[in-house]
Design a protein around this ligand. Structure first.
Ligand code: NDP
Length: 226
């Protein structure tokens, strides 16, 4: 049975991914910080294993990696992300910036380091980092957003280096932009529905081959310049 591991699976894009893979008969390792409160996640039918996971907690990541040591992971989706308060130039909260890096940039690398062998032992061997167009240097035409933009730009670089380093294990790594999506983070007025984003990303993920490793995809399948 193909297996996917998703971080931040209790709501938004992560929850929709969990539902979508479960419906298609995948085994889903659904990770979130508070499984007790993950009512929507618990209501998903199918082969879903819930795990308590805070992506900044290296010890817990190591523990989970050991707990499921015998299970190959076909696709690791590093979805958990943090936006934080808006901080215009002159009002930067440096502690919040550091925390944003811990979650958005270091979290996915920590996950890759702990679960690389699970992915290497699978059929599909794919790591998907949910990034953002806000992390693209060439797409930045409006300035601002120092904290979130830089954390996702760093994630893009992490994705590129991972793609190169893990090629010898046959693992592909891509960064993806889900669109501006109607979630708690994206806001209810965002132009893209969760289902449109996730069905687009599922298509991208299905089509990706080893030749695509190290690329940055939009949810509609187009390439986003770094
Ligand atoms: P939501 O705010 O709805 O969900 C974010 C998820 O990340 C939640 O499950 C949250 O858990 C989890 N999370 C946050 N911090 C941590 C942490 N330290 N450890 C573990 N889990 C954590 O946002 P989206 O669904 O919209 O975002 C999903 C991804 O898509 C993010 O990486 C985001 O940056 C990216 N993205 C979203 C866009 C949008 O328009 N929505 C646009 C571009 C990118 P909890 O509920 O416990 O806080």
């Amino acid at each position: 049975m193909p297996t996917v591991l998703i971080t931040g699976a209790n709501k938004g894009i992560g929850l929709a991914f969990a539902k979508s893979f479960a419906v298609d008969g995948w085994k889903v390792h659904a990770c979130c910080r508070q499984p007790d409160k993950a009512v929507d996640l618990k209501s998903i039918e199918g082969n879903v294993a819930l795990h308590k996971l805070e992506v900044t907690d290296g010890l817990r990541l190591a523990g989970l990696a050991r707990e499921i040591i015998d299970e190959p992971i076909d696709i690791l989706i590093n979805n958990a992300g943090y936006f934080g308060p808006r901080m215009p130039f002159g009002e930067t909260d440096y502690d919040d910036w550091a925390y944003t890096f811990l979650v958005n940039s270091m979290g996915p690398l920590r996950m890759a380091e702990h679960f690389v062998e699970h992915v290497a032992r699978s059929e599909r061997r794919l790591i998907v980092n949910i990034s953002s167009k806000m992390g693209s240097l060439s797409a930045n035409e409006s300035g601002g957003g120092y904290v979130y933009r830089s954390s996702k730009a760093a994630l893009n670089m992490v994705s590129k280096s991972l793609a190169i380093d893990l090629q010898e294990k046959g693992i592909s790594v891509i960064a993806v932009h889900p669109g501006h999506v109607q979630t708690d983070m994206g806001g209810e007025d965002a132009p893209v529905s969760i289902s449109k984003s996730v069905s687009g990303l599922r298509k991208v993920i299905t089509k990706v081959t080893e030749a695509d490793t190290g690329k940055f995809f939009n949810y509609d399948g187009s390439i986003i310049p770094w």
